[in-house]
Design a protein around this ligand. Structure first.
Ligand code: AMP
Length: 218
């Protein structure tokens, strides 16, 4: 049986960092719609060009575009052991579409883990966030610095700040999160699948809490 999980949380809640740990611990495949859209944008595909208009303003891409992308992704054979959905679902219609898709494919959702972080902490976190354009590893200038300034520990590529981590885009993304994504948590709570975890503190402590909740849901 597949071991499918969802990780929920506002931008800057540490989702990406925790997702990497969940993948390493449970052998699931991370499916991040944000990473997929960034990749389409970089390659200049029609989907990437369409998504970029929303992306660059911190707004959500249309549900049908994202759902189609997920449907295609779940056709690949590497998802057999399980998927960690990261950045998806972002809206209640996306969550409903995922429920239907998983049922059709005979897959089971274990739980949705929500990382909770107050808004005030988010802006500080995102302004220091850096990412490796080579392998996707996340860093933070103060909280999780690379060993060598500005360079990825894993692959040696120069680190970058994301375009959409600028302060005004962050505020828009937080607004969008509260309006559209917070109801997704309620959707999973109603199904008895929501596990909430405090996102404050160091990443190891947060991961320990997450793993305990995943263990309980198994
Ligand atoms: P992320 O890296 O998950 O913060 O996503 C970056 C941007 O990609 C978001 O601000 C949206 O414009 C878009 N995006 C990512 N995932 C979704 C989704 N599930 N639904 C709609 N838009 C998305």
């Amino acid at each position: 049986m597949s071991f499918d999980l969802i990780i929920l949380g506002p931008p800057g809640s540490g989702k990406g960092t925790q997702a990497q740990r969940i993948v390493a611990r449970h052998g699931v495949v991370q499916v991040s719609t944000g990473d997929m859209l960034r990749d389409h944008k970089k390659r200049g595909t029609p989907l990437g060009i369409e998504a970029a208009t929303y992306f660059d303003r911190g707004q959500l891409a249309p549900d049908d575009l994202v759902i189609r992308m997920i449907e295609e992704r779940l056709k690949l054979s590497d998802v057999a052991p399980g998927v960690l959905f990261d950045g998806f679902p972002r809206t209640v219609p996306q969550a409903a579409a995922l429920d239907a898709l998983l049922a059709r494919l005979g897959r089971t959702m274990r739980c949705a883990v929500e990382i909770r972080v107050p808004d005030a902490a988010i802006v500080e976190r995102l302004s220091g966030r850096r990412v490796c354009p080579g392998c996707g590893a996340p860093y933070h200038v103060a909280n999780m610095p690379p060993k060598k300034d500005g360079v990825c520990d894993k692959c040696g590529t120069a680190l970058l700040a994301r375009d959409d981590d600028r302060a005004e885009t962050v505020l828009e993304r937080l607004k969008v999160y509260h309006a559209q994504t917070a109801p997704v948590a309620a959707h999973y709570a109603a199904a008895g699948k929501l596990r909430q975890v405090e996102g404050a503190g160091d990443p190891d402590a947060v991961f320990a809490r997450i793993d305990e909740e995943i263990g309980r849901a198994s």
